[in-house]
Design a protein around this ligand. Structure first.
Ligand code: ZN
Length: 239
């Protein structure tokens, strides 16, 4: 082939490629992906409702025999529930999907407090799905009756565990945050009955897989309440 035609050929090839790209982009998605199941992740975005742990990860989810509160002391001392599960929030147009746990000092006094894994489990999500959610950790637990439950810890300032890690009850998963300044510091804590990781919304009209978080922890607490020790001053005075 004569070298004279080479630049023309290269130009022709480039036009052909550009034309193909434009044509492909202009085609409706349904035509391009006709044999791909509907509502699968597209355009490089991940839809976590379809983000199921792999079979070998599912096998790694430990059976949890005891659940503790995720904030404050292991007997839920030093904490109050500012917005309980399924309370109606007119401003948000739905029911609250979790419990909002706060340090008893209120407002931002609990900013940076440790957040604990409620039970032994496998970290199946660790990331920031949106500015309003802030950083989130989701842990999967198998329970005695065969169900898989998920605990979710939201609005974190920092995440201290990684995806795929096995965590023990009471292990620090992160610290309390404000979801990028959207709210006064608190822990939005959820419990769900489920398999796939669906972050969803903080307010909903249908509970779907959502469980009463602190009610679930209490029902699977499986630990006796400790006697409270006397105050330090009382001990000094009685010596
Ligand atoms: Zn909340």
């Amino acid at each position: 082939m004569s070298r004279k035609f080479l630049p023309d050929l290269i130009c022709l090839a480039l036009f052909a490629v550009a034309g193909l790209v434009i044509w492909e982009r202009g085609r409706p998605l349904a035509e391009v992906d006709a044999d791909v199941p509907l509502v699968m992740p597209g355009n490089g975005e991940v839809d976590h409702r379809f983000d199921f742990p792999a079979a070998w990860d599912t096998a790694r989810i430990p059976t949890a025999t005891r659940f503790d509160p995720p904030l404050g002391t292991e007997h839920l001392g030093l904490v109050y529930n500012a917005q309980k599960f399924w309370e109606m929030n007119e401003a948000r147009g739905g029911h609250h999907t979790g419990d909002d746990l706060n340090g008893i000092g209120g407002m931002n006094t609990d900013l940076g407090d440790p957040v604990f894994a409620t039970a032994d489990g496998l970290v199946i999500y660790a990331g920031e799905p949106s500015q309003g959610w802030g950083k989130i950790v989701v842990i999967a637990h198998k329970v005695a009756d065969g169900r898989t439950l998920h605990s979710m810890y939201a609005h974190l300032y920092r995440i201290d565990v990684s995806l795929g890690a096995l965590v023990s009850r009471g292990e620090k998963v992160g610290i309390v945050g404000t979801a990028n300044g959207y709210y006064p510091a608190h822990l939005h804590f959820e419990m769900r009955n489920g398999e796939g990781v669906d972050i969803g919304a903080g307010y909903a009209t249908n509970p779907l897989s959502h469980l009463d978080p602190m009610g679930t922890v209490a029902s699977m607490r499986n630990a006796a309440v400790d006697d409270l020790s006397g105050s330090p001053l009382a001990r000094v005075l009685t010596k």
